[in-house]
Structures are given as C-alpha cells and as structure tokens.
Design a protein around this ligand. Structure first.
Ligand code: CMP
Length: 408
C-alpha cells in the first residue's frame, strides 16, 4: 500500500505520463508559485510597492516556504523510484538524488527562507539574489529549457573552444590599442586591462562610445576589431542554436514513413496503408531507465519500438525487446492490467498506438490482426488464456504482487 502511494506521488511529481491530469495540475501550480515568487521579488524593489505590500510579500514567501519544503521532502522520499536509482537502497538513492542539479536548485530555493526565520528579520531584500534562484525551478517544468541546458552541456567543448578564441581576440586587440593609444589617452588605454574594457565593448558590438581610439592606427585596428566581433560571436550562438534545434527535434520526433515501414509488422503494407497507420501512431521519446508502464497498471496503449531497447519484467521471466518489436498489446487486447514492468534500457523512440486505434487497425487489416494475435499466443501461451479470453486471475494477481513488492 505504502509502495503504491509512493509510486503515485512519484508519478505526480516527477514522471507525469501523457494524460495524467493530477501530475499536470501539480506541475502547473508549482510553476505558477515560482512565477508569483519571482514577480514579488522584483516588485518588492519598487519603493512604492515594497512598503505598502510588505505583509503580502511576506505571506507569499511563507506559503512558498511551506509548499517548496513539502515538495522537496516528497521528492526526496520518492527518489528511489527514479529509473536510474531504483536498483539502489532507498537511503543511497536519496543521497544520490540530492546531488542532482534540479534537487540542488530545490534545496537552494528553500534554504534562504529558513535563514530568514533563523535571523528573525522581515527584510526580505537581504536575501534577494538567493530568492531569485527559484527562477531556475522553472527548468523542471519547461522541456524547452531543459533541452537548452542539454544543448549547452553537449556542446561544452565547442563552446569552451570559441570562448578561448574570443578571449584571444580581446587580449590581442586590447594589447594593440594599448601600444597605439597609451601615451595619448593614458586614462582609457594606460594598461592592458583598461584597454580590454574597450575591446570587449567593441567586439560585442555594444560600443558605449565612452572610450574611442583617436590615432589613425588605433582607428584602423578598431575597424578590424568591429568586423571580427560579428564573426566571433556568431560562432557560439550558431553552436548553441544548432544543438538546441537538434535536441528539440529528438524530443518531439516526428513519426516518419520510414520509421513505420521498418517495423516488421507493417513491412508488408502498401505505401497508402502505411500512410494511414502513421496517422494513428504517436511519437514518444523515453529516457534511459524510465519506466514505461508497471505491472498491474491499467493499459491505454501499446507500443512499437522505432529505436532503442526495452526490458519486459514478468513475475518469473525477463525479456529484452529492441528495434521493430512491439509490446503492451496483451493488456490492451484482453482489457486487463499490464502483465509486466516495462523499462527503457536505452533512450527509446516509441510509436504509441491507443487501444481504440489498435482495434481499428486490426479490423481494417486482418493480416496484421492475425500476426498480433499469433505473437500474443506465443508470448502468453494457450494454457493461461481462459475460455472468456482474459488472462487468468492467477497471472493478474502475480502481476499486481510484483508491482507492490519492489523496494518499499
Ligand atoms: N513472454 C513474453 N515475451 C515477450 N514479451 C512479453 C511476454 N509476455 C508479456 N510480454 C509483453 O509485456 C507486456 C506487458 O504489458 P502487457 O500485458 O500489456 O503486454 C505485454 C507484452 O507485450
């Protein structure tokens, strides 16, 4: 029972499946609270509001402290449900989870408030910068932000490379301008660090105009630096933009004709039939270690593996399925609970087919219907199919037990 509660809390907080309205609601509420917080931090600094609404700002802060603390404690409690941490003892899973960047941000989002209580001050402005860390919590609720983070991390080497090039150009241009202008404008170009201010303002095309070269040589160098600036900064921007586009594309990958045609089950279909099937399939990207479905759960769809590997854990056997295979069809066809745990062993691109659409597909295409039924027969065996066509009570009980037992 406790295991089921923990699993549900985890699903609501961390792993909202498509269509899980409780999970989406909690995500939205938490994101709203973060936005309210950031808004109040910013408005507090406006003198006209800071004093007048002091009490209201304090209430927002204290409510946030309560909600974010409960959120953090629950995330810590359910840490051992994460795909990558499930094999660890609960205490170790929690310790490892605490080192996740998102968990660190969650902790930093509540710590300053405890400092506030501890130091018995009501001047929230003292903790201004710390409180704005909460803004980072939004990354958890925005897949786009997470993709941007992934893009920067995956291109870190190229970005460090372009940063070194930029630093080299800043240093060279500042040194040349120092040589050219130091005697004429000692206050602006009297040292290399001083000249670097001019170099950075010029290279970034900001051009404050507070410091300008006056010698002909200085002006020629400045012209070159201005032109180089565009090229220099286009480099990291291009790197991040390309990686970001790639990340987004991988996340919401499009179901293509080739992808469907590669699934052996559909290989014999005509192009027109494949085009029809494509309309029924939904693309779903699953991270490595994520649980796709649990034994004993209600089933709403079956899946085809476009790419990746999936582990199917039956109560007494474990199978591995890969590209082109399908799974999750038994519960959908028999209208029973899932008979196995299904976990992604690698990043998986799945094609999900809703229960109603599976029946449409099988009715429309008897060959596919017969093939799926044949695979089901091979998988579960004739002997455990009751005359009514349902899985035996014994198998369902075994599946439910398997989902209750693990690591409470
Ligand atoms: N013996 C088996 N071999 C391979 N896959 C299986 C086997 N038994 C069950 N499965 C798959 O595991 C899935 C678990 O969820 P379902 O019961 O919906 O559908 C099941 C099948 O797709």
């Amino acid at each position: 029972m406790a295991g089921r509660t923990k699993q549900r809390v985890f699903e609501i907080l961390e792993e909202g499946a498509a269509g899980d309205s409780a999970s989406h609601f909690v995500d939205r509420m938490l994101a709203l609270l973060v936005i309210l917080n950031v808004g109040s931090v910013v408005l507090e600094t406006v003198p006209a509001y800071g004093e007048r609404y002091r009490q209201a700002f304090l209430v927002i802060e204290l409510v946030s402290l309560f909600v974010f603390t409960v959120e953090y404690v629950l995330r810590l409690w359910t840490a051992d449900q994460h795909g990558a941490l499930r094999h660890l003892p609960s205490w170790l899973a929690r310790l490892r989870y605490m080192a996740y960047p998102a968990a660190i941000v969650d902790l930093l989002a509540i710590l300053p408030l405890y400092a506030l209580l501890f130091f018995e001050t009501t001047d929230l402005r003292a903790l201004l910068l710390f409180r704005l860390v909460r803004f980072l919590k939004l990354a958890r609720f925005s897949p786009g932000l997470a993709s941007l983070g992934n893009a920067v991390i995956s291109e870190r080497r190229a970005l460090v490379g372009s940063l070194i090039i930029i630093m080299g150009v800043v240093l060279t241009s500042a040194t040349v301008l120092y040589i050219a202008e130091r005697t004429i404008q000692p206050e602006a170009f009297g040292s290399i660090p001083a000249a670097m201010w001019w170099a950075i303002a010029t290279l970034t095309t900001v051009g404050y105009g507070d410091v300008v070269p006056v010698t002909t040589f200085g002006k020629v160098v400045a012209g070159i630096v201005m032109l180089t600036g565009y090229a220099m900064f286009a480099l990291p921007i291009g790197i991040v933009a390309t990686a970001f586009a790639r990340e987004i594309h991988q996340r919401d990958f499009v179901v293509t004709w080739g992808m469907v045609a590669r699934v052996p089950l559909f290989a014999s279909m005509s192009a027109a039939e494949i085009a029809e099937v494509m309309k029924l399939l939904r693309a779903q990207r699953v991270e490595k270690g994520a649980i796709i479905s649990r034994a004993g759960e209600d089933a709403h769809s079956m899946y085809f593996i476009a790419s990746g590997r999936v582990r199917v854990e039956l109560p007494n056997q474990t199978f591995e399925l890969s590209d082109g295979a399908f799974f999750g069809e038994i519960a959908v066809l028999k209208r029973t609970a899932r008979s196995a745990h299904m976990t992604a062993l690698s990043i998986c691109n799945l094609l999900a087919l809703d229960a109603a659409d599976l029946h449409v597909l099988m009715d429309r295409n008897p060959t596919i219907g017969a093939h799926i039924r044949k695979v089901v027969r091979e998988r579960i065996g004739e002997e455990i199919v009751t005359p009514g066509g349902d899985l035996t009570e014994e198998e369902i009980r075994a599946a439910r037990k398997a989902s209750d037992d693990p690591d409470d």
